[in-house]
Design a protein around this ligand. Structure first.
Ligand code: GLN
Length: 442
């Protein structure tokens, strides 16, 4: 591992590509790299966001061969502002996962390849970690920007739901999906973000609200949310809080009822939506095509839909069950009600200050340690990132500590449409925080 970040210098483009391809062999950051020489600032884009003329697979075999002839609005707006896309980043299939392993090519942590990079936006986090001044366009449904950002030691900002158009996003759960950003500096993220936000006639859920930056010096710790957090993580997080208190922040403690229901409510809603969103992959229109029209109905669709990976199949089956008439009141409708209550309870806290939590409840695990954990155990790892995602609150994971050379991230949450306050916080934080790789720590 080189301690230096890959750089794009004048006239050095072929060199960067060579280095990038080498690193990619090792870390599986990209599903596709565009080697044509770029001008202007470069960005990378998660593989579930459409870029004209580049394959878009969402890391799914069922989308193999799909090359959209149009740009997602976020990409279109950035290209108009002089940005060029260098490639499509690896991810958990359709966004299903937190570890970056639900992909044909497991994503590896740039600090140590034996460890996970996190997911689902694994490749965007790796690209941001290894390329100097890089910003990657990622996506979060329930924590997919925060989790890999924390494990790879970069900043991940998930905006308010609706602030960035979802047009051109391969949807997972439409009422939860948010396009967002990964970077290493507040200025870079702000630069990219300010050019993508805003209403889009092609996405009726996009919003034209002004984004504010009402800063608060009050940080709320939600005590009942900390209950399932690893003790070592709690300990480091306490040091972060003391550090912030020394910088003039006031740390308050509170409780939010119902938060323990956030993860089940999220998985019920997201699986229900995913099962309908994935219904369009039938072997006709997008990607993988079934060519044998002599097959009977069941065999035809089965031969297409068996292209889904294990986790996608699980979610289609569970999501379809959740939506079935006899039980939808019991699970789906109850989850919608819970979501509204949690929004209200979190909002009551956020109107008085930020909420701060560790990003993930565990230290970065090794790939071997999580490969075989049960789905429910894996879902429970999202306990800290799901609440803001479920409620559409803007939030940011930022690195704050290196434990034996591996980064740790904390999550800052603010009220709807106050997204820029997160970046103002980051501008202050990064004055004292140095991004590094393991070797540099000695
Ligand atoms: N880990 C969560 C899930 O699998 C979040 C994924 C995401 O945000 N796309 O649903």
């Amino acid at each position: 591992m080189t301690a230096n970040f890959l750089q794009l210098e004048n006239g050095q483009y072929p060199n960067l590509m060579k280095q990038l391809k080498n690193e990619n062999e090792r870390l599986n950051a990209f599903n596709f790299i565009d080697e044509t020489e770029k001008t202007g600032k470069i960005i990378s884009v998660k593989d579930n966001i459409c870029v004209k003329g580049m394959p878009a697979t969402a890391s799914s075999k069922i989308l193999r061969g799909y090359v959209p002839g149009f740009n997602a609005t976020a990409v279109e707006r950035l290209e108009k502002n002089g940005f060029s896309v260098i490639g499509k980043t690896n991810m958990d299939e359709f966004g299903f996962g937190s570890f970056g392993l639900n992909s044909e090519k497991p994503a590896k942590n740039p600090f140590d390849e034996e460890y996970i990079a996190g997911g689902s936006s694994s490749g965007s986090a790796i690209a941001t970690a290894i390329i100097k001044d890089h910003v990657s366009i990622a996506e979060s449904t329930g924590g997919s920007i925060s989790a890999p950002a924390a494990f790879c030691g970069v900043v991940g900002l998930t905006p308010t739901y609706g602030l960035v158009s979802r047009y051109g996003l391969i949807d997972y759960a439409s009422s939860l999906d948010k396009i967002g950003f990964m970077g290493k500096s507040a200025d870079n993220i702000r630069d990219v973000m300010s050019k993508t936000v805003g209403e889009d006639p092609k996405d009726t859920t996009s919003l034209s609200k002004n984004v504010s930056n009402e800063n608060s010096r009050v940080l709320y710790v939600i005590d009942n949310l900390m209950e399932g957090v690893d003790e070592g993580i709690r300990d480091r997080f306490e040091s972060l809080l003391s550090n912030l208190a020394n910088k003039g922040y006031k740390v308050e403690h509170t409780k939010i009822d119902y938060l323990k229901h956030a993860v089940p409510a999220y998985y019920i809603l997201s699986m229900a939506e995913a099962s309908t969103n994935l219904a369009k992959y039938q072997g006709f229109k997008y990607g993988f095509k079934v060519k044998d029209f002599s097959l009977n109905y069941n065999d035809f669709f089965m031969s297409a839909r068996k292209q889904f990976g294990r986790e996608a199949k699980r979610r289609v089956i569970l999501g379809t069950f959740i939506r079935s008439k006899s039980i939808k009141q019991k699970y789906y409708e109850k989850s919608l009600v819970l979501r509204q209550s949690i929004i209200k309870m979190m909002h009551d806290v956020l109107k008085n200050g930020f909420i701060i939590t560790p990003t993930m409840p565990i230290f970065t695990p090794k790939i071997d340690e999580v490969k075989d954990i049960s789905p429910v155990e894996a879902y429970s790892m999202d306990m800290l990132t799901v609440p803001p995602n479920l409620c559409g609150f803007p939030h940011m994971s930022f690195p704050y500590f290196y434990e034996k050379g591996m980064p740790l991230g904390a999550q800052l949450i603010t009220d709807h449409f106050n997204d820029y306050a997160l970046l103002d916080f980051l501008s202050e934080w990064e004055k004292d925080f140095k991004y590094t790789f393991k070797e540099e720590l000695g």
